[in-house]
Design a protein around this ligand. Structure first.
Ligand SMILES: Cc1ncc(COP(=O)(O)O)c(C=O)c1O
Length: 398
């Protein structure tokens, strides 16, 4: 390809992009380069949980910008320690490793599981993950992911992963027989179609893990940081995982990832075994602290739950009017509508109506408004979305 041809792009061709350039964002709204206003129900894929440019994070980052940006992890980073303390205080874990993305957090979790197995004399660690799961795009996390379309073309896969059916009792039986080193799962599969894990299944899975010394790893990259109505989704399942991964919402859009573990498991990492140049640098940690402080304000998550109930009941109203909406799933403000028809076609129609929404697989429309969305914005969304559904019905179900 020549640099002078009209279809040349300096960006590698890894994403099919919508015809929209976003220049500015505030709260739930974004503006295109020709100043058209859009209602953003994607939150940068569950990342800008406090909306665009949240003032608390903006203020903290501005102050940090004039102090210190980056030092490396060869020195103590007080802001990183402060963020680790906050995360530990708010969760059942004891120690944190910081990195820059969800895939890196899961990569760190996989390495920790292997280091823990090795330390305990097991040379070949094995990890069970689930069909339709999504854990990232690095080679280890692609191997962990339970979707062929993500793996295809990148073989040979890293060894040591077995994918079992999600939400199936038979999988628990298999796990008991296999006795793997760890089980890694999303308690609500996001990319895989907005599918929550069944609470009884998770309780059973957790007790099999505890009884057999199998580590339970929860990938909360998409579900964490208040997205589902509690700070972490595992709290709603009443289980105590051994390892948890976070990213997306942790920095409100500033890149940061984290892997949290119980003390005895974290102890398998020694100096030199794992690292990241940027992980938890002063800027990223500042964004994380400011974000967490907002989410942990009294009543913040109660409001998320209330907003979720409003959105859900409005969507249920629409389901009666548009029976091609087969099911409404999800938790908090991570909601999915399974439709009969192509979800991407619906998302494209929504774009014309100045609504940004997402798919989660071929037939699921995913809604991820910021947790700070106002009730007025929810009702305005429903009004515009109704128009989109009418158009979709005319084209596909008329
Ligand atoms: C559950 C889950 N894990 C991991 C990832 C990968 O995160 P990242 O894109 O930050 O590497 C994602 C991204 O969508 C995710 O939803």
């Amino acid at each position: 390809m020549s640099k002078s041809t009209s279809n040349y792009s300096p960006i590698m061709n890894t994403y099919s992009r919508f015809p929209l350039s976003i220049q500015k964002g505030k709260g739930t709204l974004v503006w295109s380069d020709n100043n058209e206003e859009y209602l953003d129900f994607t939150s940068g894929i569950a990342t800008c949980n406090l909306g665009h440019c949240p003032p608390e994070v903006e203020k903290a980052l501005s102050e940090q910008l004039s102090q210190l940006w980056h030092t490396s992890n060869l020195y103590h980073i007080p802001k990183q320690e402060e963020l680790a303390c906050l995360l530990v205080e708010k969760s059942c874990f004891h120690q944190v490793f910081f990195c820059n993305s969800g895939a890196e957090a899961n990569e760190a979790a996989i390495k920790l599981v292997r280091a823990f197995a090795n330390k305990n004399g097991k040379k070949k660690a094995s990890i069970v993950t689930f069909q339709q799961s999504f854990h990232g795009r690095t080679l280890a996390t692609v191997a962990a992911t339970g979707q062929d379309k993500i793996k295809s073309g990148f073989e040979p896969m890293l060894e040591g992963f077995t994918h079992l059916p999600y939400n199936e009792l038979q999988s628990i039986q298999t796990i008991r027989d296999m006795a793997p080193t760890a089980v890694m799962l999303e308690l609500l599969q996001g990319e895989g179609g907005v599918v929550p894990a069944d609470p009884d299944w998770v309780r059973e899975l957790s007790s099999i893990c505890k009884e057999n010394g199998i580590l339970l790893v929860v990938d909360e990259v998409q579900t964490g940081m208040g997205r589902t109505g509690s700070l972490f989704l595992y709290e709603q399942y009443d289980v105590q995982p051994d390892i948890m991964t976070l990213a997306k919402g942790l920095g409100s859009g500033f890149p940061i990832g984290a892997m949290l573990a119980k003390e005895e498991i974290a102890a398998a990492f020694l100096p030199g075994m794992h690292g990241s140049t940027f992980g938890g640098n002063p800027l990223a940690s500042t964004a994380g602290i400011a974000t967490l402080n907002v989410i942990c304000q009294a009543d913040f998550l109660n409001k998320t739950v209330e907003l979720s109930q409003i959105l859900r009941s409005e969507l249920e109203g629409l389901q009666e009017e548009f029976p091609f909406i087969k099911q409404i799933r999800g938790k908090g403000l991570l909601l999915g509508l399974e439709i009969s028809g192509n979800a991407l076609d619906l998302v494209k129609l929504a774009l014309n109506e100045k609504l940004l929404i997402l798919t989660a697989g071929p037939d699921v429309v995913r809604l991820l408004p910021p947790l700070t969305v106002s009730k007025e914005e929810l009702y305005s969304f429903i009004q515009k979305f109704t128009k989109v559904l009418q158009q979709f019905r005319e084209v596909h179900h008329g």
